[in-house]
Design a protein around this ligand. Structure first.
Ligand code: NAD
Length: 478
């Protein structure tokens, strides 16, 4: 069981050769991340290319066995990894945070290793047999964000490796150390060159995604960067999975019991202190239960301590970086100027530290307010009153984003009515932001395209090879 300092010793570089990474909760320097160059990028791609064929030819069963061993290593190092993640990202150890994220890495790796993907016979009519085989693509680029750096990293890496690809990872410049440490641990089991990380800024990410030897880009991040990657893919024709920004709506119907659903709504919105792609980002509540829902949410907030990442009592932490803090503060100020009623929070929690913003619930806003229309990606939730469910559905669908959505009701028929009409990649009923490794996940509209997880996720990391043959004694050619 390594300590965090032992992990750091494997990845951190000298101060003069690296970029200082500060802990968002305290401002203390955690370590120094390497700043890789274009030459390093070329080396990483070239070793990924060399290592890939042998990895592919190990076959599914052997790769799955190795991925389970990788999961064992992560489990052994889980406490050290959680501490590093908590310090670097700011997320607390407990609650739906650092320890849970490391646990999810293990769970997704094991589930991905165990998915059965057999060749599919798609024609067998007595004359011909045609079979679809799923083969590796080659070198996959994995480019990730800072909010769940390890878990989203694994979401990209695990299916790519399982399918026999090699992977070059470019972590977010805000949280490189967590990902570098995770990859160092994984590489204790993987053959050399199969999984490499390069650490650097946005330009390095661009260099990786547009590289001619990259067959597929797994990208999770903002819609703006997603568009840049789509443009660069015109040159290398890389396949893309794009998990982009969201602005998930939840619709609470009049029959829901606010006391029963408060916990689900709260964590749906404030998981990872609101810094979650598929978190609830605007909540539409029927006028009959509007005030009760606001009160239940505010009550729940009182029992969810916000504090330092390393404090075992905290379940909410700081914003990860100043840019995100400023976005949240600005959107809340704008909401106040438009007559938004602050039910709880509403001012920075500077007593905790520079980047802390408390759980903030804002009532009496309408569509068009910036806090409703723009992705806040933080602990501020607009709660909008509605009287007609079709109007609420229209409001939910009026924005370009289409990642997740939810409907909250005891009436299964009404839940079906609403979910049939919501424009989102996932609609949760009486829950929100609950992914599972066997259940496909992906956005529609400006939230991106391509699916992760489950069989669909494996297929998206594969090239299909169709093998067709006439059955003996019948047709011989086209
Ligand atoms: P970002 O787009 O700024 O950065 C993501 C990554 O892309 C970073 O590693 C960055 O260095 C790299 N990058 C930047 N420019 C690039 C380019 N031109 N080519 C290639 N790579 C480039 O996103 P972020 O601020 O780290 O993350 C926050 C955003 O991510 C939010 O909008 C959030 O909704 C979204 N997100 C989506 C999901 C999802 O599954 N849909 C999950 C998490 C976060």
């Amino acid at each position: 069981m390594p300590s965090m300092h032992e992990l750091m010793a494997r990845i951190s570089v000298d101060p003069d050769g690296g970029r200082a990474i500060k802990e968002p909760a305290t401002g203390a320097v955690l370590g120094y991340a390497p700043v890789h160059t274009k030459v390093d990028l070329e080396k990483a791609i070239s070793s990924a290319r060399s290592a890939q064929p042998a990895w592919e030819f190990l076959g599914h069963a052997e790769r799955s066995r190795i991925l389970h061993r990788v999961a064992d290593r992560i489990e052994e190092a889980s406490e050290a990894l959680a501490e590093l993640l908590g310090r670097e990202n700011g997320k607390p150890l407990n609650g739906p945070n650092a320890r849970q994220e490391v646990g999810a890495c293990v769970a997704w790796l094991r589930a991905t290793a165990d998915i059965d993907l057999q060749p599919e016979v798609v024609r067998d009519d007595g004359e011909w047999r045609s079979t679809v085989h799923y083969r590796a693509l080659g070198v996959v680029a994995a480019i990730g964000p800072w909010n769940f750096p390890m878990m989203i990293g694994i979401w990209q890496i695990a299916p790519a490796l399982r399918m026999g690809n090699s992977v070059v990872v470019k972590p977010s410049e805000f949280t490189p150390l967590s990902v570098l440490a995770l990859i160092a641990v994984m590489n204790d089991e993987l053959p050399a060159g199969v999984l490499t990380a390069i650490s650097g800024d946005r330009e390095l990410g661009a260099g990786l995604s547009e590289h001619p030897d990259v067959a597929k880009v797994m990208f999770t991040g903002s819609t703006a960067t997603g568009r840049a990657i789509v443009r660069s893919s015109a040159a290398n024709l890389a396949r893309l999975t794009l998990e982009l920004g969201g602005n998930d709506a939840g619709i609470v119907l009049s029959d829901a019991d606010p006391a029963d659903i408060a916990e689900g709504l709260f964590w749906g919105a404030f998981i990872n202190t609101g810094q979650t792609c598929a978190a609830l980002k605007r909540l539409y509540v029927h006028e009959d239960i509007y005030e009760k829902t606001l009160a239940a949410l505010a009550d729940f907030a009182k029992q969810a301590p916000m504090g330092l990442s390393m404090d075992e009592n905290s379940v909410l932490g700081p914003l990860q970086n100043k840019k995100q803090f400023d976005i949240v503060a600005e959107l809340v100020e704008d909401a106040k100027e438009r007559g938004g009623r602050i039910v709880t929070g509403g001012e920075p929690a500077t007593e905790l530290g520079e980047l802390f913003y408390p759980i903030t619930i804002v009532a009496d806003l309408a569509d068009g307010a910036r806090l409703v229309d723009e992705e806040q990606f933080g602990p501020a939730l607009p709660v909008i009153r509605y009287s007609n469910v079709d109007d609420a559905i229209a409001s939910a669908n009026r924005l370009p984003a289409g990642l997740g959505a939810s409907v909250w009701t005891k009436d299964q028929k009404l839940a079906q009515y609403v979910s049939d009409r919501l424009e989102a990649g996932t609609v949760w009923i009486n829950s929100h932001a609950v992914p599972h490794p066997d259940v496909p996940f992906g956005g529609v509209k400006a939230s991106g395209y391509g699916l992760e997880f489950g069989v669909e996720g494996l297929k998206s990391l594969a090239a299909t090879r169709v093998v067709s043959q006439p059955i003996q004694g019948t047709a011989q050619g086209a």
